[in-house]
Design a protein around this ligand. Structure first.
Ligand code: ADP
Ligand code: MG
Ligand code: MG
Length: 874
């Protein structure tokens, strides 16, 4: 029989798949002899069963949970529902991957009217008891009713107003008792049933609610953002309560073993006395820094410091911990590897190596490649920043620079961000419901909350700039403007945030690209050492190529020649080529394009400093180059000395019903061999010229024929290429090697790759088209229905962003095997968007590709991801 429940003392840190991260680490800390309140974990498999059983907890699991409640009662010497000595527990979610604040936690479960009265009398602290009670009802109702945190906070605010007090702690026992009655009334009004008073019923209600919260919209969104599969499920931790709200010698806090924003060594955190649970992170009162704990209670501080050091050494990584002090006694409630900014991630990795705690392999493996993005992002232009005066200063919660128009709601931010507008989201504080808007905002500014507030944690995770806790902001009643530094800012006004200093500016400040080096450079050097795949870039211009070189690209995997054709001085020549009626006319037009293309390629070879360059022959449907509106047609016709009608005929004749599957790719060279010949000439002549200038380089141009589906068509186009190239090389009297290969982007090419490899000296997987052709839907149209597919859980993510390993991947693997059979030394690469996606890169490593190619800004991500994959597959 499957075991679904584990006491903390039965588990350990390696069981995170089964116990979730929180449960596994609670078990590990218990095993290390640290002060952890007792409890048990209901496994992720129970959650999976819950969904498989039609959202119900099976009898066998119920029974097992019952047994463990009995054990917990024995361990603690307390009993559920016993007014004299009640067992109170927290019910905490915890999945394999950390999802901070995404799912819900319920505290103080086990309280009811009878218990509360007796407990208040027994402890002699009715305020504490009623505070705990109202929190329990609030959290339980929030989770079960799914109404959001703000719902009950309003009632609390009304109560505070009625009593004329500012802080929660100023409310009396009677106020809190009254609040708990109001909360229960809300519960009944909404759900039509009394708030449950039986602790066992409460417990199962809570467990179910945690299971259900795995599927709430913000958790689903978070998973998609972070590539967490929906079938992992969440574990549920049931833990006996310790109380930070017992009075002035009690408190609760969060701390990091190093600064998560900068990576600086030393304990870093915040705490609040006489508080419980999320009070610190919710920004209800402004917390104290952890240093102040040293002054207030040096003994607890020292004990905590010792535990922190042990935990960091034990996990060999920076820890993010939650703790509670109950009447001067310290309890550990959570530890996990802390989320950190990109800059901090690199510093911490290097420091840990220097401190002898980890080796360079671990340093490379512990950094999330997607995070690198934040480092490559812009900073404020120094001059612009100097000229600006801040209008306020909050906490530097997540570094970087942001400039955008003010928006006040997450929905607005998401809507405008999707349209490509730069927005800054300005909020009192953020909640998990805001996550999508936060994702689309350039920056986030909050009036409340500390460095560990929701806004700060989530922004750091996303690499989005954030300034939090700017208390001077006052919002207008209608929520459509705010005042800061004496000026009122309306929706749409420009502001700028400096997430590294906390400064806020009431104006637009230009941003500039970031500089990279130092710790980043050191880790990347290690990565390059461990990596076995090359990383190339997709670049169409010398500027892009140079940028990619700076980021460490080792060649170009895809140079799209057509992008060069859209420049105003070239489009006329290309249009002339397209409307030509004869091969002679076409050759004349192509002759005009030749020197331009040759110049482009020379620039690109120069920028790539001798590294390999793969150039793809013309690929898109020709009509893309033609004018569409009337004015342009008339102008072009005049330029070309033909009548407008004649031109219209040509345009009409080029119309295609399905251009993506139409007259494009190598089909253009089959119909118009002159095009391929001209392009080959430009590629080869440019190589000869650049080679002559740089004898130290060994240029071997790689000519790539796109959209091949049949060996004979490849052979036909290849012959155009080799005839042209060989003649030029012979004429020039030089030695120049070159390769001719193909894209594998049509399923038929993958299926017949053994044939194709007879002619192709390399394969480059064009996974954009390959995905399109395999799924049978186009990337440009998929946006219209993919959301419905995510919602209905048919797809978990966009197959154009994450390589579909099951289907498209199978074609890639097949093509690799077949290709190698024919040509064992065939060069293999990928040049679709997937070349910059860490999970797809891992796939490429496993199937044995020689290189990945991605856009310049993704090159560092790919270098790190490739190293991680090489290490993982060693
Ligand atoms: P999250 O995953 O959102 O951080 P947690 O399960 O860690 O949620 O719970 C949030 C907070 O509730 C904890 O940081 C801690 O302060 C408090 N808490 C949880 N369990 C207990 C407990 N057994 N005793 C006291 N406080 C608890
Ligand atoms: Mg939380
Ligand atoms: Mg927590």
């Amino acid at each position: 029989m499957t075991k679904y429940v584990y006491e903390f003392s039965e588990g350990n840190g390696s069981m995170r798949n089964l116990l979730g991260g929180k449960g596994a680490n609670l078990a590990e800390m218990t095993g290390l002899g640290m002060p952890v309140p007792q409890g048990f974990t209901i496994s992720t498999e129970a959650c999976t069963r819950y969904y498989a059983d039609g959202e119900a907890i099976g009898d066998d699991i119920r029974e097992e949970i019952g047994t463990y409640i009995g054990k917990l009662e024995e361990l603690t010497g307390k009993k559920f529902g016993d007014p004299e000595n009640p067992l109170l527990v927290s019910v905490r979610s915890g999945s394999r991957a950390s999802m901070p604040g995404m799912m819900d936690t319920i505290l103080n479960l086990g309280l009811n009217e009878t218990v509360v009265e007796a407990f208040a009398a027994k402890t002699g602290n009715p305020r504490f008891v009623y505070d705990s009670y109202r929190r329990f009802i609030q959290m339980y109702s929030d989770v079960v009713m799914e109404v959001g945190k703000a719902y009950f906070e309003e009632l609390i605010d009304e109560m505070k107003e009625a009593r004329g007090v500012k802080d929660d702690i100023e409310l009396t026992a009677d106020d809190l008792k009254e609040l708990s009655e109001q909360f229960k009334a809300e519960y009944k009004a909404k759900l039509g049933a009394d708030f449950p008073s039986d602790p066992i019923e409460q417990l199962f209600g809570a467990i179910k609610a945690v299971f259900r919260s795995w599927d709430n919209p913000r958790a689903v969104y978070y998973r998609r953002l972070n590539d967490i599969p929906s079938d992992w499920g969440t574990a549920v931790n049931v833990q006996s309560m310790v109380f930070g709200n017992l009075g002035d010698t009690s408190g609760t806090g969060v701390a990091f073993s190093r600064n998560p924003a900068t990576g600086e060594q030393g304990l870093y955190g915040e705490f609040l006395m006489n508080a419980q649970g999320e009070d610190v992170v919710a920004g209800i009162r402004t917390p104290q820094t952890i240093d102040q704990l040293r002054d207030q209670n040096p003994e607890v501080y020292d004990q905590f410091q010792e535990i922190v050091t042990r935990l960091e050494d034990h996990y060999a990584d920076m820890q993010d911990m939650e703790f509670t002090i109950e009447e001067g006694k310290l309890f550990m409630l959570q530890t996990r590897n802390g989320k950190r900014t990109a800059a901090a991630a690199f510093k911490i990795a290097c420091d840990l190596v220097d401190e002898g705690k980890i080796n360079p392999e671990k340093a490379v493996s512990m950094i999330d490649p997607k995070q690198i993005d934040a480092l490559l992002h812009p900073q404020f232009d120094a001059a612009g920043l100097k000229a600006a005066t801040p209008i306020g200063k909050g906490l530097p919660a997540s570094p970087g620079a942001a400039c955008g128009q003010v928006t006040f709601t997450a929905e607005d931010a998401a809507a405008k961000g999707k349209k490509g507008e730069d927005v800054v989201l300005v909020r009192l504080e953020t909640t998990p419901e805001d996550i999508e808007g936060m994702h689309y905002a350039k920056g986030i500014l909050t009036a409340r909350g500390g460095m560990t507030s929701h806004a700060a944690v989530v922004a750091r995770g996303m690499g989005t700039c954030c300034v939090s806790g700017l208390g001077d902001i006052s919002f207008a009643k209608d929520g459509k403007s705010f005042t800061l530094g004496g000026t009122t800012y309306n929706e749409g006004d420009w502001i700028s945030l400096d997430g590294s200093t906390g400064n806020v500016y009431g104006q637009k400040i230009e941003t500039v690209p970031a500089e990279i080096g130092g710790y980043f450079g050191r880790v990347m050097e290690w990565a390059d050492e461990f990596r076995t795949m090359k990383v190339r870039t997709n670049a169409d211009t010398p500027t892009d190529a140079a940028q990619a070189r700076e980021f460490g690209a080792e060649g170009i995997g895809l140079c799209r020649t057509e992008h060069m054709f859209f420049e105003p001085d070239r489009i006329a020549a290309i249009r002339e080529m397209i409307v030509s009626k004869s091969a002679e006319q076409r050759e004349a037009a192509l002759a005009k394009l030749l020197p331009m293309q040759r110049g482009d390629f020379e620039g690109i070879y120069e920028a790539m400093e001798g590294y390999p360059v793969t150039i793809r022959l013309l690929d898109p449907p020709l009509h893309e180059f033609l004018p569409h509106d009337e004015d342009d047609i008339v102008t072009l016709a005049a330029e070309m000395k033909i009548s407008a009608d004649e031109l219209r005929d040509v345009i009409a004749s080029l119309h295609e019903f399905n251009p993506m599957m139409g007259h494009r790719g190598c089909r253009l060279d089959v119909t118009y061999p002159e095009i391929g010949a001209m392009q080959t000439r430009a590629i080869i002549e440019a190589a000869i010229n650049v080679q002559a200038k740089h004898p130290e380089w060994d240029l071997v141009p790689e000519i790539m024929i796109p959209l091949v589906g049949e060996l004979k068509e490849l052979a036909f186009v290849k012959k155009i290429v080799t005839d042209t190239a060989d003649a030029i090389i012979a004429d020039a009297g030089v030695e120049l090697k070159y390769l001719v290969g193909t894209m594998i982007e049509i399923p038929r090419a993958a299926l017949t790759a053994d044939e194709i490899a007879k002619e192709a000296e390399f394969f480059s997987f064009g996974t954009n088209d390959l995905t399109q052709m395999t799924f049978g839907f186009s990337r440009d149209d998929a946006g219209k229905f993919l959301d419905a597919y995510y919602e209905k859980k048919i797809y978990e993510n966009d197959p154009f962003a994450r390589l579909d390993q099951t289907g498209v991947g199978k074609l890639v693997e097949l093509a690799v095997d077949l290709g190698k059979k024919t040509r064992p030394d065939i060069k293999l690469g990928i040049c679709g968007e997937h070349g910059g996606d860490p999970a797809s890169i891992d796939f490429c490593q496993r199937v044995g590709l020689n290189y990945v190619s991605c856009s310049p800004f993704r090159v560092p991500i790919a270098r790190l991801a490739a190293a991680q994959s090489a290490l993982a597959n060693r």
